[in-house]
Design a protein around this ligand. Sequence first.
Ligand SMILES: *Cc1c(COP(=O)(O)O)cnc(C)c1O
Length: 358
Amino acid sequence: MSNIFFTVGPSQLYPTAKKHIEKAIQDDICSLSHRSKKFQEIYASAVQNVKNLLGIPENFQIFFLGSATEAMERIIQNCVREHSFHFVNGSFSKRFFDISGWLGKKPEKVEVKFGEGFYFNDINIPDESELICLTQTETSAGTSVPMKEIYSLKKRHPEKLIAVDIVSSVPYPKIDFSKIDAAFFSVQKGFGLPAGLGVLVVNEKCLEKSRLLEKDGISTGSYHNFSNLLKYAEKNQTSETPNVLGIYLMAKVAEDMLEYGINKIRKETEEKAERIYDFFENNRKMEPFVKNKKIRSQTIAVIETPGGSKEIVEKLKKKGITLGTGYKDFKEKQIRIANFPTHKISDVEFLLREIENL
Ligand SMILES: *Cc1c(COP(=O)(O)O)cnc(C)c1O
């Protein structure tokens, strides 16, 4: 029996991924030297396709890393002399905050409970903050920060850098990159690819900051500091032996999504999210965890299961559906449903029908 993964990451592979993996093996991509011309072509097409898909301006650099968590560390090392400021609304935004402290910086934060949003007008960001960090969709809680709130932060603090974690929302949100400075994601969520590749997008201001820190003798890391990443990116290469297969698959799936149409993907994401939330709003036993509809994530639906989540997860598993459980302390009390481009409307209908039949 086939199985469909509604887990929040890794998730169901994108429908064309299997075909591309098979072709990659046939074409010896896994044995390809990362110093070859063929690799440089793959690298260049991955960068171009991601830029086209997400509307990333030409003056932004794209760097390939090991994971999204690595991207957090690289951003702190390269964009912060001392002070970062974090909007913490769950476990991943907390991780970003923690990383800054672990690297010996002085992070500050505004924190809200799981499932709640920020009152942006009441938040004072200290003058000394150099970088503002936000998690666009908090995968642990199912909340999203509206992009317009992020843009207005930039308007109020044009001199500060803004970094946005878009791991579990990309490629859904339409982002005006001229109003942020850095964004990052990994590929095992919305792109429906095997884990092991992080993508970091930075503008010239981030690179400039990194150069300034280096000039002042502050460590910005080693092989993956921005200056070294840039040196190799300009040659369509990486400093180390990278995840060549991952970069190849990223190029292919971004191309497939472009062909399918990013606007169609966005529209369908909203349609599926509406069906999911409507269903649980009208369910007697379960309900959406995030009460404020304005901050409910379109890509990660967190559902409260007062009778426990374990039985639901096990029963659906027998029907060929793998659901996400709640995050950490919420493991037994919630289920999480990913709504990524790989999930078709008919998949969502199947899922909701099986939940109805429980
Ligand atoms: C999954 C996730 C991460 C971590 O991604 P890795 O690829 O495991 O490093 C970071 N932020 C958010 C919002 C996530 O959902």
